[in-house]
Design a protein around this ligand. Sequence first.
Ligand SMILES: Nc1ncnc2c1ncn2[C@@H]1O[C@H](COP(=O)(O)OP(=O)(O)OP(=O)(O)O)[C@@H](O)[C@H]1O
Ligand SMILES: [Mg+2]
Length: 433
Amino acid sequence: MDQVSLLDIHEVRKSFPKPDGGELLVLDGIELTLHEGEIVGLLGRSGSGKSTLLRLIAGLSSPASGSVTYLGQPVAGPPEGIAMVFQSFALFPWLTVLENVEIGLEALGLPRDEIHRRALSAIDMIGLDGFESAYPRELSGGMRQRVGFARALVVHPNIILMDEPFSALDILTAETLRTDFLDLWAEGQLPIKGVLIVTHNIEEAVLMCDRILVFGSNPGRILTEIAVDLPQPRSRLDPAFREVVERIYVAMTASDAARPPETRAERFPGTGIGTVLPRISSNLLSGLLEAVAAPPYDGEADLPVIAAALYMEIDDLFPVAETLQMLRFAELVGGDIRLSVEGKQFAHADLDARKQLFARHLLSYVALAAHIRRVLDERPDHRAPWSRFSDELEDHMSPDAAERTLRAVISWGRFGEVFAYDDQTQMFNLENP
Ligand SMILES: Nc1ncnc2c1ncn2[C@@H]1O[C@H](COP(=O)(O)OP(=O)(O)OP(=O)(O)O)[C@@H](O)[C@H]1O
Ligand SMILES: [Mg+2]
């Protein structure tokens, strides 16, 4: 096959210094090639290093070792010809749509009328015709994100890097913008040659991508690559589409087998204090346990099947199932969820017994919960401020992730009555909530 490669990534490792002097390895052994004409998806859990990899490609940071090559040249600093689209765009509120898009071109030093012409054409293409002189505050979220796309496209980049570009939009708006983008791509109207898109959303990846790289965490690495040989436009209802989604589930739940044997003993993904926790309510956790425990599943079910039974998107169900696995109420194997003995006990218990069981598992398997409890037990007044733990978490993760993680553990701590948190005073305490 004679494919032109736009981007080559070889043996890339990336780590960040920890304040205690150690290193946090975030990406390891990354191999990736983007060919002309491809949309490639990067799919994986929070913290698996997807955004970090995009930043390396965009020349915003450099790898510890390995190479990032764009059109045969090593990337050192932001290359002309690679543009980024972020989750939400920081538009300049005091500039119009047209001016916000023109900004993307100003660094290129083009003649004024060329800048104007190209900006208008990008605005037109992405469906913002008629909004040239509107200000960002006058636009819906979806329209603002279109401005973000126009700003990236206007430079006529070879490669566009998209970091969860639809995830901040409501479902319908996301679907419309995604479809518009794919139509333009299929018609060859976009002035770009290849796309890398980061997403959390399995269906989005299967809708858009020619190939999908599934990432695992700790350290971030590519577990497997899945080709999507379905013609565009794709339909979620197509059995062949469902089959690809199912294969990705299997790949994501089989991550243990892909680990080196010495860590495989860790059958349930570990939670160090630095693990980013998802915000999943105890109601959702109980709901999934009950559903899987009930007939006809009796403790074991295919994830896509149970998702359909619960009227949930599988992408929303997956983190719930993963949280049950982390708490050892269930195990994920080959695309199935299987309840543990305690998971079944929980499903059949009354509320008080559920809280006790939950508390026991929370303290045993979620290192951060045990840590918070220990700190509170040791302090004479049994109180500690939010910052006591958020500062600590920020040694391991971004401030955003630290906030989400603390919120998650607070809601679980409340349910299990392991500790309480007062939003007003921002203090953790041991008073019974
Ligand atoms: N500048 C930084 N300093 C220290 N650690 C960082 C930095 N940037 C990222 N990390 C850590 O690197 C890991 C990977 O982060 P990254 O943002 O790339 O993950 P991600 O896969 O994009 O996650 P998400 O799906 O939540 O966006 C995380 O543990 C994160 O906390
Ligand atoms: Mg990210």
